[in-house]
Design a protein. Structure first.
Length: 753
């Protein structure tokens, strides 16, 4: 963000009156959530001491050490990093366990992309050595560009360009009369998680898929490329998993069960999360000759990239051979679990995690998040050794095998599901870091808590609270709803979580209140999953001096300390009610829009209006008719949301007024998120149990709120919608009853005083 825009944003913030002083629901926010009366004074002193112990030099030293060599799961440096991390935690006084899981992981063996017609071209599939970046010259244990959990195969077929390879792109291809069945598709990275692209292509009958980063999205069209700037180098390739994680994450052979000795395992053929077709990622340098050789229609304007070619759809005349063969190995995924036992309530656990594995050097992803976690852990341990231990047990986790599919965290959560369900208060996640604006996502029961925590941390550039800078950004750059929230909503809205990082098994499988924290917006991520995610790139372009690494440590550390020490856990419920009302409005609008679109399409097809607008010589076809959309019975969902909205402010007010807590009350508070789960899971994917947040079946990382209902409407499964409304409403009514239980516990505690 330029200085001029920053000043403009802060000016707009001032004009809007700054941070509202009254919380949603009309009551004044307490001095510090979870700390009645004078208990907040000691906590603030503790946090000030904690902040003074955060040293950017520590983070620089750890980052250089951890990212010195490639450390993907199973690598020698990965094993060395585990020992190093365990040694650090032990030196600070933690009880440390390295917990291993026996997982299946493919490694690249054969990778071939060659054009066989109309001319011959063989893709290099390699990344260049960059002058001034000695890390990029390393080749020992560097993992070649590939997509983990691609199917093996050797296919040759005509090529088709499918833009981003998302559902609306295939609908447009149908209008052009382009069928991908029996062909290889080439798609741009972006707009959805990478695993959706081969998944959809296979469903449409394609026999193979290529994915590349177009310079319009991440390259010279955006700014200077590495090493002159942060954007993706011409040879850079984004590695990544294409495991079908919207079905289930973790070890592909042991869904819902920990990958340990004696557990029943699927065969590879039975593992539905392995892609059905071969897929490889390539650079735009390798993609350009393939795209230039395509014929067929010129793509519509919104599909055009920034390569110096005319983009065509195909199919052909370009023919491509794609060969993928992996070495499917069983390896150990090794998690480092560091525990500081709580002084007063050891059976309640506050969990804090970041993964340690990387596709290669991983200075940004994940090491920048890992070193922030280490700084927190070091400072917390020093305070504890000096006689100020946490009230509750704090567990720091360094997860392995996150990159291939959230494997280390998922296996650990599945193994310890019983204890976690009983004891876990919350899970706080990071996964790399940049600089700029705070990014907060998580369970809405933690929304006011994180608003307070972020409001107590200052942005190092502007010296205003993180919440105020985020509000200013929304006023300048946000969409209509973001601007309205920034102007009128008392608190920042905590973004709902989809998937893509290690919070998934805790939140969406076990129902543990979770959050994901990072900084972004002023540092481009052109190194993402490439060979160039190095210490050299990170310290030049992502976070020079680890300034925002310290701020991330402070933000996540304050949150961890408050959850660990609060006499009365800082869960509140009006924010959940407000967001549920928003999601319900979105569902009603989604249904209305679908109904209107179907009727509009019907009228246009009846009048042949599409044919009048299209040139028949180009072979364009009118779009398909849409299924008529009935009127759905949203009443059960409306009643359930209303029941929560009625109770939440009353419970919050009672919590704000409480001056003491009991173990039973705290247990009701931290187990509240569990009530929003259903042990039967979501339709067709039972691993995902949360009824409010889930990754979209065709978005991957992107969240679907109230997913049963939303995805039934989006998939045009209209006969199922009312049943999904009823199932979701039942979970929400159970939550309303849980709020009654919290209210009764508060009343009992008040009466006992």
């Amino acid at each position: 963000m330029t200085t001029r825009l920053r000043v403009a944003a802060l000016a707009l913030l001032a004009a809007a009156g700054g941070m509202p002083a009254v919380a949603a629901g009309g009551s004044e926010a307490p001095a510090m959530l979870g700390f009645p009366g004078a208990s907040a004074t000691g906590q603030r002193a503790l946090e000030a001491d904690f902040r003074g112990r955060l040293d950017p030099a520590d983070q620089a030293e750890w980052s250089r050490r951890l990212s010195a060599r490639a450390h993907h799961p199973g690598s020698a440096h990965g094993r060395d990093n585990v020992d190093y991390l365990a040694g650090l935690f032990e030196s600070w006084g933690y009880q440390v366990e390295v917990e291993a899981f026996d997982i299946l992981l493919p490694y690249p063996n054969v990778r071939v992309v060659e054009m066989t017609a109309p001319d011959r071209f063989v893709a290099s599939l390699e990344e260049d050595v960059i002058p001034g970046d000695p890390s990029s010259a390393q080749r020992d244990e560097v993992i070649a560009p590939y997509n983990a959990f691609s199917a093996d195969g050797d296919v040759e077929a005509e090529l088709v360009f499918v833009n981003y390879g998302i559902p609306e792109d295939y609908e447009l291809l149908e209008r052009y009369g382009v069928d991908v069945a029996g062909r290889i598709v080439i798609a741009k990275y972006g707009k959805s998680w990478r695993g959706i692209k081969p998944k959809l292509a296979a469903e449409k009958g394609a026999v193979g898929a290529l994915i590349y980063s177009d310079p319009a999205d991440d390259g010279y069209a955006r700014g200077d490329t590495y090493p002159d700037g942060p954007f993706k180098h011409a040879s850079g390739v984004q590695r990544g998993s294409v495991m079908d994680m919207p079905r289930y994450p973790g070890d592909v052979l042991t869904p819902g069960r920990p990958a340990v000795a004696g557990v029943e395992r699927l065969t590879r053929a039975e593992a539905v999360t392995i892609t059905r077709i071969p897929v490889l990622p390539i650079s735009w340098r390798d993609a350009e000759p393939l795209l230039a050789a395509l014929g067929g229609e010129v793509v519509p304007e919104q599909w055009r990239g920034a390569l110096p070619i005319t983009y065509h759809l195909g199919p052909g005349p370009a023919r491509v051979r794609l060969a993928v063969e992996s070495d499917w190995r069983r390896i150990e995924a090794r998690n480092v679990i560091a525990r500081w036992t709580g002084a007063e309530e050891p059976a309640q656990w506050v969990l804090r995690g970041n993964h340690h594995d990387a596709w290669n050097h991983g200075a940004s992803d994940p090491v920048s998040g890992m070193v922030a976690l280490l700084a927190e852990a070091k400072a917390l341990a020093a305070l504890a050794r000096e006689g100020r231990p946490p009230r509750r047990t704090v567990i720091y986790a360094a997860w392995d095998a996150e990159e291939p599919g959230l494997i280390g965290s998922t296996e650990w959560a599945e193994k310890h599901a019983g204890a976690l369900t009983e004891r876990a208060v919350a899970y706080l996640n990071t996964d790399g870091n940049g600089r700029g604006f705070v990014s907060l996502g998580g369970s809405h029961v933690l929304e006011p808590f994180f608003d307070q925590v972020a409001g107590d941390v200052l942005d190092p550039q502007t010296e205003v609270p993180l919440t105020e800078r985020a509000r200013a950004r929304a006023l300048v750059f946000g969409d209509d709803r973001a601007r309205e929230d920034a102007e009128n909503r008392a608190r920042l809205r905590l973004a709902p979580l989809g998937s893509g990082s290690d919070y998934t098994p805790f939140l969406q499988h076990l129902g543990i209140a979770s959050a994901n924290l990072a900084f972004s917006g002023e540092s481009e991520h052109g190194s993402y999953h490439t060979l160039y995610d190095t210490f050299e790139h990170f310290t030049r372009f992502r976070d020079p001096g680890f300034v925002y690494g310290v701020v991330l440590s402070e933000l996540a550390g304050r949150a961890t300390l408050r959850l660990a020490n609060a006499p009365l856990l800082p869960f509140r419920f009006a924010g959940l009610a407000d967001n549920l009302q928003l999601y319900l409005q979105e569902l009603e609008a989604l249904a209305a829009d679908a109904r209107e679109a179907a009727e509009r399409r019907r009228r246009l097809l009846e009048r042949n209006a599409f044919g009048l607008a299209l040139d028949p010589t180009r072979g364009l076809e009118p779009p398909r008719a849409l299924a008529p959309v009935p009127h759905f019975n949203f009443a059960p969902l409306k009643n359930a949301v209303a029941a929560i909205a009625e109770r939440a402010p009353q419970v919050d007010a009672a919590l704000d007024a409480a001056d003491a807590a009991t173990a039973g009350l705290n247990r009701l508070l931290y187990r509240s998120e569990r009530v929003l789960t259903d042990q039967a899971g979501l339709p067709g994917r039972p691993w995902y149990r949360h009824q409010i947040y889930a990754p979209g079946f065709y978005t991957g990382y992107g969240v679907k709120t109230l997913p049963r209902v939303r995805e039934a409407i989006e998939a045009e499964q209209y006969d199922d919608v009312d049943a999904q409304i009823a199932a979701t409403a039942a979970a929400l009514q159970a939550f309303a009853a849980h709020l009654d239980s919290i209210g009764a516990a508060l009343a009992a505690a008040s009466g006992a005083e």
